[in-house]
Each structure stands twice: as structure tokens, then as C-alpha cells.
Design a protein around this ligand. Structure first.
Ligand code: NAD
Ligand code: TDX
Length: 331
């Protein structure tokens, strides 16, 4: 199989490329990535002689057309992904997430190529903090932020291209990922690298907001299950029953790193901050037989902390600038 992976130099995409190269040697991987601040050649360094990396933009329709024509399937990860950046400046989110997905859809339509579109649970908005309701594929879209609105828009384009043009596409909406190679602007790696550099972790508001954590390897194994066994036109929700409030995740990180439970700062809350996400992944488990492997958050965080401790070469050069940006926003 010749596989085109968009956004393969970002967090989830790079982990996907690593596991694909390792576990599926018959798959020829091409990565298309424009290498924004969030993408890095370094994330693919260990596999660079086993893949082809094309530095280019999703909105470059002729480049996307050429690459899609050469492949059997596309896994579309590329997007602008950080909610705080979307709040500060939404334009790149509309460009990459909406126009970029349109460009991919037009190319797969022209060439009859199978597409898997990677999306987020944030398209469904948020749930009440206390309760046991969870998102399913039937939950109506209700995005809160410019980021989630552009992801919902992209999902709607994919659905319409399936219905109107018979494009062979599946969609997945996954919960919050963690693991190696995640950009240090995001919650878990920001706090780990704050501790590693002698800074105090920063918690938005009271930390009561709940996220449903999944290890990136489990997200990616679900993507492979869907690519191979998913029904075109279907949406699959991916989650591993990992609900935790932010304060308890932070205090677990502090404990695992030998710090006191109160060794952090409260900073102003994110505007429009989604309260709670929770995924019901029973359809994916029942239909495609997928099960997550990393269900113990303490174990998953222990290995993630070890990865950041051992790989300062990868994140160290970014740290000052990322924290300067947060300081400017008062967070
Ligand atoms: P990331 O920000 O780490 O990586 C995104 C990658 O896309 C980067 O390498 C970037 O250079 C590339 N990119 C952005 N715009 C591009 C463009 N116009 N052309 C080509 N490449 C471009 O993101 P991530 O966390 O790895 O997320 C990957 C996908 O998974 C996204 O679609 C995101 O919405 C989705 N997702 C993420 C999470 C999560 O917790 N991180 C959860 C659910 C879904
Ligand atoms: O310093 C911080 N302190 C803090 O309390 C940061 C960066 C975040 N937070 C909070 C905000 C959220 O409630 O932690 C939670 C997680 O924040 P992010 O890592 O920014 O993730 P989130 O906004 O939940 O979105 C993530 O999951 C869904 C990804 O960034 C999205 O791309 C994905 O679609």
C-alpha cells in the first residue's frame, strides 16, 4: 500500500508514521507537511531513510493532486490544532483546516483514492461537568472555539463529499491525546517541561475541567482499524475511558516528578473553556474489535515524563519562546 500521511511531522502524525514503519514494512509512506511551528523534521529523524517527506502546503492544490494521484490511501492529520492559538488568531485555522481539507477532498475525488479524515471530539462542544452523558456519533455538532468550528466544518465537507460524490472516506473524532513528540504548548508536555526547567506548572482557572485522555499509540491503532475495516461514510469515535479533571492530572504529574501537590500556579482561565469531554467508543470496539492498550494513566504519564526527560534535544530549543508567548497572554 502507498500511503499519504498529511501532517505526519506533527505529534499524532509522527507517532503514526513511526508505528506504521515499524509494524507494516509493506506500506510505503509519504508525508506531506508544511512544517509549521508545530511540525518538525526532527520528529521523523529516526525513520527518515524509510519514508518520503514532502515539505508542502495542503492548500497547494496541484501538489496535493500529484501526491494523491500516486497513492492508494490518505490519512489526513494536518491541521492547526491549539485552541489558545485559535482564540488569539483564527485565520490559519480556517485556511489549513477548512480550505486544506477541501483541497484533499477534491484530490481524492478526482483520483478515487480512499481517505481517512482525523478529527476531534471538540466538534461536539462540551458536556456538563457532573453527569455520565458521553459523546456518540449521533451527538449534534456544537463547536465552541474557532479551532473546533473549523474541524466541524472540515468534517461536514467530508460527509458531503461522501454523499454527493461517492468519495470513499471515513472520519474519526478522538479525545485528548498524550505521549511522545507532543508540542510543549499543550497541557501535559507544558507542565512536564515546566518542572524539568525549574518553572512552576500553570493551571487554567480552578482545574475542574475534564478531559478524556488517550495515549497516542491507542489513537493510531484505532485509525489503522478504521482504515482497514471501517465502513465508508461512517464516523467513529475514539476514546479510552480516560476521564480526569485537569487539577488531578497536574497533581499526578507533580507526584510522579517528586514535587509537592501545591507546587503550581493558577493562571487566568481560557475564554469559553469547554467544561468536559467524554467519549463513548463502544461502537468502534464492537464493530471493529479495537481495544486500547494504555489504560493506566499513571503508567502512560510515567513513560511520557521519561520521554521528555530523555529528549530535551527535541523540545529544549522551543521552551523559552513558548513560555514567552504564554506570559504575553497572561497564562
Ligand atoms: P500538531 O499540531 O502536533 O501537528 C499538526 C501538523 O500539521 C504539523 O506537523 C503541521 O506542520 C501540519 N500542518 C498544519 N497546517 C498544514 C498545512 N496547511 N499543510 C500541511 N501541513 C500542515 O497536531 P496533532 O496534535 O498531531 O493533531 C493531528 C490531528 O489530530 C489534527 O487534525 C487534530 O485536529 C486531530 N486531533 C488531535 C487531538 C490531540 O489531542 N492532539 C485529539 C483529537 C484529534
Ligand atoms: O497550560 C495549560 N494549562 C491548562 O490548565 C494548558 C496549555 C492547558 N490547560 C487546560 C486547558 C484544557 O482544559 O488543560 C486542558 C487541555 O488543554 P490543551 O492541551 O490545550 O488541549 P484541549 O484544549 O483540550 O484540546 C486538545 O484536545 C483535542 C488538542 O489540543 C486538540 O487539538 C484536540 O482536538
Amino acid at each position: 500500500m502507498r500511503l499519504l500521511v498529511t501532517g505526519g511531522a506533527g505529534f499524532i502524525g509522527a507517532n503514526f508514521v513511526h508505528s506504521t514503519v515499524q509494524e507494516r514494512p509493506a506500506v510505503a509512506v509519504t508525508v506531506l507537511d508544511v512544517l509549521t511551528y508545530a511540525g518538525s523534521r526532527e520528529s521523523l529523524r529516526s525513520v527518515d531513510d524509510q519514508i518520503r517527506l514532502i515539505e508542502g502546503d495542503l492548500v497547494d492544490e496541484s501538489l496535493v493532486d500529484t501526491l494523491v494521484a500516486e497513492c492508494d490511501a490518505v490519512v489526513h492529520f494536518a491541521a492547526e490544532t491549539h485552541v489558545d492559538n485559535a482564540l488569539a488568531g483564527p485565520a490559519p485555522f480556517v485556511r489549513s483546516n477548512v480550505v486544506g481539507t477541501f483541497s484533499v477532498l477534491e484530490a481524492v475525488r478526482r483520483h478515487g483514492v480512499r481517505l481517512h479524515h482525523v478529527s476531534t471530539d471538540e466538534v461536539y462542544g462540551d458536556l456538563p461537568l457532573h453527569g455520565d452523558e458521553r459523546f456518540t456519533a449521533q451527538t449534534p455538532f456544537n463547536p465552541s472555539s474557532p479551532y473546533s468550528a473549523t474541524k466541524a466544518s472540515a468534517d461536514l465537507l467530508v460527509r458531503a463529499w461522501v454523499r454527493s460524490y461517492g468519495v470513499r472516506a471515513t472520519i474519526s473524532n478522538c479525545s485528548n491525546n498524550y505521549g511522545p513528540y507532543q508540542h510543549i504548548e499543550k497541557f501535559i508536555p507544558r507542565q512536564i517541561t515546566n518542572v524539568l526547567t525549574g518553572r512552576r506548572p500553570k493551571l487554567y482557572g480552578t482545574g475542574a475541567n475534564v478531559r478524556d485522555w488517550i495515549h497516542v499509540e491507542d489513537h493510531n491503532s484505532a485509525v489503522w482499524h478504521i482504515l482497514e475495516g471501517g465502513v465508508c461514510g461512517s464516523t467513529y469515535l475514539i476514546g479510552a475511558d480516560g476521564e480526569r479533571d485537569n487539577l488531578s492530572v497536574l497533581q499526578l504529574i507533580l507526584a510522579l516528578m517528586g514535587r509537592d501537590a501545591d507546587d503550581f500556579d493558577h493562571v487566568p482561565d481560557r475564554v469559553g473553556h469547554d467544561l468536559r469531554y467524554a467519549i463513548d467508543a463502544s461502537a468502534l470496539r464492537a464493530e471493529l474489535g479495537w481495544t486500547p492498550k494504555h489504560t493506566d494513566l499513571t503508567e502512560g504519564l510515567t513513560s511520557t515524563i521519561a520521554w521528555y526527560r530523555d529528549n530535551e534535544w527535541w523540545w529544549g530549543p522551543l521552551k523559552e519562546q513558548v513560555e514567552a508567548g504564554y506570559t504575553e497572554r497572561g497564562q
